[in-house]
Design a protein around this ligand. Structure first.
Ligand SMILES: [Mg+2]
Length: 303
């Protein structure tokens, strides 16, 4: 049963519509289902020990103070533009590409090592919401894929998962900026297309697909690309921004349940969040609600 504090932090605009979606997804079964999640401030807590938790980009210390300062200077320059409501989207997209590529260049130039990533994660203030391990574990048993879409850094996110969850999950895949290291563990380049905050949704599903092929007991030889994730047309989407709702854009889904974590500016944003998300959790709530939801969808007794 839900704990009282979770109930107090849960907002459901239309319980009837949610129940209908739950029934549809349950009837279709786990083989039609997938989970798509944002990483920062969705799977992780917004506040850690009373302070803003770090992001996968923010926690990274290159072991080279000059380069850390240069990346911080880029943040100070571009972040106000990222959140500016007046810059047109095309212009903002260019600015974000600029910011991300300059940051990636600095990581290469400054000689980032995999060792520095491990140390940065060990020293970081980043923490998963309570219940994330149980959620991933429950989904793994049912072979339900979890795609984590992030404009951050895949290698950092994987290290955060390793160090904080103390185990790996074969159903969990990261779609994010992925690094290439040389034999000495030094960063030499980035793989594939740059994923920044404004384009993470466009191609995310296509980029995710090959990652999941290895999971796919039910993928045929002739099927290629994103067939495997695209045939799972029922979705649970987890995000902390309205923009995260677009993570499922590459999928023509049948039924989608969206959970929104509203971490900040609650009074100002609750109205729009409750309209857009089926369930809204406020005040940095745990992941327990999502766990209860999927247990309700595919409980062993019900099947
Ligand atoms: Mg986020």
């Amino acid at each position: 049963m839900e704990q009282p504090d979770l109930v107090a932090n849960t907002v459901i605009d239309n319980p009837r519509a949610l129940t209908d979606k739950i029934n549809l997804i349950r009837d279709a079964g786990p083989s039609k289902f997938q989970v798509i999640a944002d990483f920062d401030a969705t799977l992780t807590k917004y506040r850690v020990n009373g302070l803003r938790g770090q992001t996968s980009h923010g926690l990274l210390q290159q072991g080279n103070a000059d380069y850390d300062a240069k990346r911080q200077a880029l943040y100070d320059h571009y972040h106000p533009m990222e959140i500016s409501p007046v810059i047109p989207i095309e212009e903002k997209t260019k600015l974000m590409e600029e910011w991300w590529s300059k940051t990636h260049d600095l990581l290469i130039e400054g000689g980032l090592t995999y060792d520095a990533i491990k140390k940065s994660v060990a020293n970081s203030s980043i923490a998963f919401r309570e219940g994330v391990t149980e959620l991933f574990g429950f989904l793994e048993k049912l072979e339900i894929p979890v795609l984590i879409f992030s404009a951050g850094l895949a290698d950092v996110i994987e290290e955060v998962l390793r160090q904080n969850l103390h185990r790996t999950f074969k159903n969990v895949k990261i779609v994010s900026n992925r690094m290439v290291f040389d034999d000495d563990g030094r960063l030499v380049s980035f793989k594939g297309k740059l994923i920044h905050v404004l384009n993470k949704n466009e191609h995310a599903l296509d980029m995710a697909a090959p990652l999941h092929d290895q999971l796919g007991a039910d993928i045929g030889e002739e099927e290629e690309g994103n067939a495997y994730v695209k045939q799972r047309t029922n979705v649970l989407l987890l995000g902390d921004h309205l923009g995260d709702l677009r993570m499922s854009d590459g999928l023509s889904y049948e039924t989608r349940i969206c959970i929104g974590f509203l971490n900040d500016n609650i009074e100002k944003s609750l109205e729009s969040y409750r309209k857009e998300f089926d369930l809204v959790y406020i005040n940095d709530a745990p992941m327990r609600g999502a766990l209860e939801l999927v247990s309700q969808l595919f409980s062993t007794e019900a099947s």
